[in-house]
Design a protein around this ligand. Structure first.
Ligand code: SF4
Ligand code: SF4
Length: 426
C-alpha cells in the first residue's frame, strides 16, 4: 500500500538544503549553549547554520552529535528550534550522499527486524476503532507487562486491537526520510483503511511519530488512559521517587501529569529534578548519538544521574529505563503499576539482548492464539525509498545471525542458566 501523498510531500519533496531562519533569528545569546555539551563543543546554532555544508564529508558527522532532545528550543528566548535545524542537517547529508550508515548498522537491523513479517502482527477484533501500539522496546524487555497493560485496556474496550510493529523512528532520526515516509505511510494507510481512529501508545517515541505524521488519528499514551480510568493501582509501602520525563515527551504535559497521578495513586511522593517536564534532559540514547559520539551521549546520562542523586528514578520509556539503569536506579512506570515493591527495589526481571527478540516472537504467538480477531496481517511491505536496503545476501546473513542468536537464547532459557527475566513463559 502506498504512503499517503501528504506524508510524501512533507518528507520527500523538500527544497535543497537550507538552514531556515535559524541563522537570522538566533542571536547567539548562548543560553542553549550553556545547557548542552554538543553546542559547547561546536558553537551556537547561528554559527553552525551559517557554516554547515552537507556535501562536505568532513562536516557530515556534525549533526549526528546532537541528540535531537529539544532542550535548546525549550530554553530559547527567541523561539528558535535548533533541534529542527540539526534534523534538517541530518536529512541533508542523506540527500547529498554523505550520510555514513555503517555506525548505525545495529540500530537499523533492530528496526528492520521490528518491521519484518517475522515480528509484526496486526490483530483487529470486530468493530475495532482503537489499537494498542506498544512499540518495540516494551514487548521485548517486558512482554508480561505488555500483556497485562493490554488486558487492562481491553477491560475498558473489548474491541481494542493490538499492533506489533515499529514506528521507524530510527530511520526518521537518521535522516532516512524516504524510507521512513514509505514505511510509516504504509502502516498509517492500512490502519486508516481498517477504520482505526485512535492509537494508544506506550512508548514516547511512537507518540511523537504518530502525533506528528498521523494527524488523522487520535494518539494517546496508555498512562493517560490509566490515570483517567482510576484502575486501582497496586500501592507501594510509600516513599519518595523522582521522574525522568523522556525528552521526546517534553511537550506532552498530559503524560507528565498522568505519570505523576499514577505514582501518587501508588502511594509515592515525587521529588522533581531540576530538569523535568518541558525542560527535561535526554537520557543519552536520543538521536543515536552513542553510535558516533559516545562521549556526548555519556554527558547527558551523567547529568541525568547526577540530578537523580541516587533516588529511584521512574520513567515511561523502556529505552530510557535501559539506558539509565546502569547509572542510576531506574524503573519503568509500568513495572510499578503491577509489581510496586519489586520495582522500587530494582528486582523486576527485565530482558535484554537476544532474549528481547525471543520475547517478541512469543508475545506475537500468544496473541495470535488467544485474541479473537476479525482481520489480521503480518507485514510484508519493505520500503526502500532511499536505496539503502542491504543487498539480499547480506540481509539473509543478518537474518541467519538473528535466528542463531534467538536459538541460543532459547537454549539458555531451557537450560535455566540464569537468563535475564521478563519472558512471557514465566
Ligand atoms: S537538541 Fe539537545 S543535543 Fe541537540 S543542540 Fe539542542 S539541547 Fe543540544
Ligand atoms: S538560546 Fe536561542 S537565541 Fe540563544 S543561542 Fe540558543 S538558539 Fe540562539
Amino acid at each position: 500500500m502506498a504512503p499517503s501523498p501528504a506524508l510524501r510531500i512533507g518528507l520527500m519533496s523538500r527544497p535543497p538544503w537550507s538552514a531556515g531562519d535559524v541563522a537570522t533569528r538566533c542571536t547567539a545569546c548562548g543560553i542553549c549553549v550553556a545547557e548542552c555539551a554538543f553546542l559547547r563543543e561546536h558553537g551556537t546554532p547561528q554559527a553552525l547554520a551559517a557554516s554547515f555544508d552537507p556535501r562536505r564529508q568532513d562536516q557530515s558527522h556534525l549533526p549526528f552529535g546532537c541528540s535531537l532532545c529539544g532542550l535548546c528550543r525549550a530554553v530559547c528566548p527567541e523561539g528558535v528550534d535548533p533541534a529542527a535545524l540539526f534534523l534538517a542537517m541530518r536529512r541533508a547529508t542523506a540527500d547529498a550522499g554523505t550520510l555514513q550508515l555503517s555506525p548505525y548498522r545495529g540500530l537499523l537491523s533492530y528496526e528492520r527486524a521490528g518491521t519484518s513479517r517475522l515480528f509484526t502482527w496486526y490483530g483487529l477484533p470486530d468493530g475495532c476503532r482503537t489499537i494498542f501500539f506498544p512499540g518495540c522496546a516494551l514487548p521485548g524487555t517486558r512482554p508480561r507487562t505488555t500483556l497485562k497493560l493490554f488486558d487492562l485496556l481491553r477491560g475498558n474496550d473489548p474491541s481494542l486491537g493490538m499492533v506489533l510493529d515499529c514506528c521507524t523512528k530510527p530511520s526518521h532520526d537518521l535522516g532516512r526520510s524516504g524510507h521512513f515516509a514509505a514505511m510509516f505511510g504504509e502502516m498509517k494507510a492500512y490502519l486508516l483503511a481498517q477504520g482505526v481512529k485512535t492509537v494508544l501508545v506506550a512508548c514516547p517515541n511512537c507518540h511523537g511519530v504518530f502525533s506528528r505524521y498521523a494527524p488523522e488519528l487520535e494518539v494517546v499514551t496508555v498512562y493517560e488512559v490509566l490515570a483517567r480510568a482510576d484502575i486501582g493501582v497496586a500501592r507501594a509501602a510509600g516513599g519518595e521517587v523522582t521522574v525522568h520525563d523522556p525528552c521526546v515527551s517534553r511537550d506532552n504535559a498530559g503524560v507528565h501529569a498522568a505519570v505523576r497521578t499514577l505514582l501518587g495513586a501508588a502511594g509515592l511522593r515525587v521529588r522533581e529534578m531540576p530538569h523535568h517536564g518541558a525542560r527535561t534532559l535526554c537520557c543519552g540514547e536520543g538521536g543515536a548519538v552513542r553510535c558516533t559520539a559516545p562521549r556526548l551521549a555519556g554527558a547527558w546520562t551523567s547529568l541525568r544521574a547526577a540530578e537523580a542523586g541516587g533516588s529511584t528514578t521512574i520513567t515511561y520509556c523502556a529505552g530510557c529505563a535501559s539506558f539509565l539503569g546502569p547509572h542510576t536506579p531506574t524503573s519503568h512506570v509500568a513495572d510499578l503499576l503491577f509489581e510496586p515493591e519489586a520495582a522500587l527495589a530494582g528486582r523486576v526481571k527485565v530482558a535484554s539482548g537476544p532474549l528481547t527478540y525471543l520475547n517478541r516472537l512469543l508475545l506475537k504467538r500468544r496473541l495470535r492464539r488467544t485474541l479473537p480477531v476479525a482481520s489480521s496481517r503480518e507485514r510484508t511491505f519493505r520500503g526502500d525509498a532511499d536505496g539503502t536496503r542491504r543487498p539480499a545476501g547480506r540481509s539473509r546473513a543478518a537474518l541467519v545471525l538473528l535466528v542463531l542468536a534467538v536459538a541460543c537464547a532459547v537454549a539458555l532459557f531451557i537450560l535455566g542458566s540464569g537468563m535475564p527475566g521478563g519472558s512471557v513463559f514465566r
